[in-house]
Design a protein around this ligand. Structure first.
Ligand code: LLP
Length: 431
């Protein structure tokens, strides 16, 4: 099985997080997002422990909530002692509704509107991660009107190519995110920021990309960032206290994908940072990272019911399911790979190769091509693994398909954490 929270029960069914997936499908209906609460907590604790061990007090991981944002997730992050990264007023509002302490939240985005800025300040956001010089001025002006001095980090591009897919590569000089060190614009932005009365510059942020496996990506990026911090000390006499290295460790979608030993990788980055700081004669700043995918992805699974099975003689086979690009657009967008199991009979002989497709009126609505499966019959359950990140958070109502429910499981119990959208929900805002 792809990960340790996937097992096969005595009845031959696929189990996830200790629960029978076929029973979950029966009880809650399909399509269904299933989240493994224990695995979410384990993943968070893995980062928390590694940070404590290697970076010490004041440093901490922030859950990048764009990976999967809903109230229960923020409650768990709060219980575990994670900070969070938020990217919109919608994520901020969800975190507020979950009772998450916003002083531990970092507000990203390359284009925050004035409304977003005011909303975040009014609700006591801990930090803005400011993308560019215009935004520096906008936040300073709005904080000024509210008589506040707002703590911020500046998002910089270190010019490192993470060798991941283009859509998620963000640390290069020509990225739409952040301000470049190489062009001199970052230094100029720091000079400007330090002259403003309503901003408190706490440090810097960079994010090189997502689904990153490359061995030394964080070492290279952190070296550039620490050099830049030393330059700021020399130029402006400031010792900034925070360095946020963004998110990005990759996860396994397929059996033959690499495995990142995240605690070991964090240990190596920490050792490298400490050596750099020693060379530069500066104290190690407080370090932050923003894992999203590696917290949520393998804690999630999607269950679908099989509908039409179409065999086009001499050509190909299709297995249609009752969801698709509306609940998981990642194959349509990035050609992402997924491991697919027949949930009723995962160990049976795989005697059919088929494209598993969704039900939207669009040929690109594909869950996964060329899947080898025990031949299913209508009504049986298909499980798609590693869907805990960037599935629900990227879902849509295309074709007026309602979004699935989400249930959280532990070995003892299961409970609804997001209700299934109803037909009424779909017309709620129509006037
Ligand atoms: N921090 C920042 C500033 C980010 O932009 C991201 C992801 C993260 C943290 C979290 O990265 P992670 O640990 O999840 O790799 N929709 C795409 C992924 C987009 C990622 C965007 N930024 C996908 O489905 O693959």
């Amino acid at each position: 099985m792809l990960s340790s929270n996937l097992t096969v029960g005595e009845n031959g069914h696929l189990y996830f997080g200790g629960q029978d997936t076929v029973e979950l499908a029966k009880q809650y209906g399909t399509p269904l997002y299933v989240m493994d609460e224990i695995r979410i907590r384990e993943n968070m604790r893995m980062y928390l422990r590694a940070f404590e061990e290697h970076f010490g007090e004041g440093s901490r991981p922030l859950y990048a909530s764009k990976a999967n944002s809903f109230k229960r997730m923020y409650e768990i992050a709060k219980e575990e002692g994670m900070g969070i990264d938020v990217v919109s007023s919608g994520e901020i509002y969800t975190a507020i509704r979950a009772g998450f302490p916003l002083e531990n939240a970092y507000f990203h985005s390359n284009n925050k509107t004035d409304w977003d800025i005011a909303y975040a300040i009014d609700n006591g956001i801990g930090y803005f991660v400011v993308d560019n010089r215009e935004e520096v001025d906008a936040i300073n002006a709005i904080a000024g009107k509210k008589d506040k001095k707002q703590p911020i980090l500046l998002r910089l591009t270190p010019g490192v190519d993470p060798h991941t897919y283009e859509a998620v590569s963000t640390g290069k000089v020509d990225s739409k995110f952040g301000t470049s060190i190489e062009t001199g614009q970052a230094l100029e932005m720091v000079r400007h920021t330090l002259s403003l009365p309503n901003l408190e510059l706490k440090g810097f942020h960079c994010h090189v990309g997502s689904q990153v496996f490359g061995e030394d990506i964080y070492e290279r990026a952190s070296e550039i960032m620490l050099d830049f911090m030393a330059l700021c000390r020399k130029e402006f006499g400031v010792e900034l206290e925070q360095l946020d290295m963004g998110g990005g460790y990759g996860v396994r979608y397929m059996d033959d994908d690499d495995h990142v030993d995240i605690p070991a990788a964090i240990g190596r980055v920490a050792a490298h940072m400490k050596a750099c700081c020693e060379k530069l004669g500066m104290a190690l700043p407080k370090i932050f990272m923003e894992p999203g995918r590696s917290i949520a992805a393998d804690a999630g699974l999607t269950l679908y019911s099989v509908g039409t099975i179409k065999k086009i003689t001499g050509y190909k086979n299709y297995v249609s399911v009752d969801g698709g690009m509306t609940d998981n657009p990642r194959y349509a967008l990035y050609g992402s790979k997924y491991t697919v199991y027949h949930a009723n009979r995962p160990l049976d002989e795989k005697n059919l190769v088929a494209d598993v497709v969704g039900r939207c009126c669009e040929s690109g609505d594909m869950v996964q091509p060329n899947v080898a499966l025990p031949e299913p019959v209508r009504g049986e359950i298909i499980a798609v693994c590693t869907t805990g990140a960037y599935n629900y958070s990227m879902a849509s109502n295309y074709n007026r398909v309602a979004r699935p429910a989400m249930v959280m499981v532990t070995p003892e119990t299961s409970y609804v954490t997001i209700r299934r959208e109803s037909l009424e929900d779909l017309v709620r805002n129509d006037v």
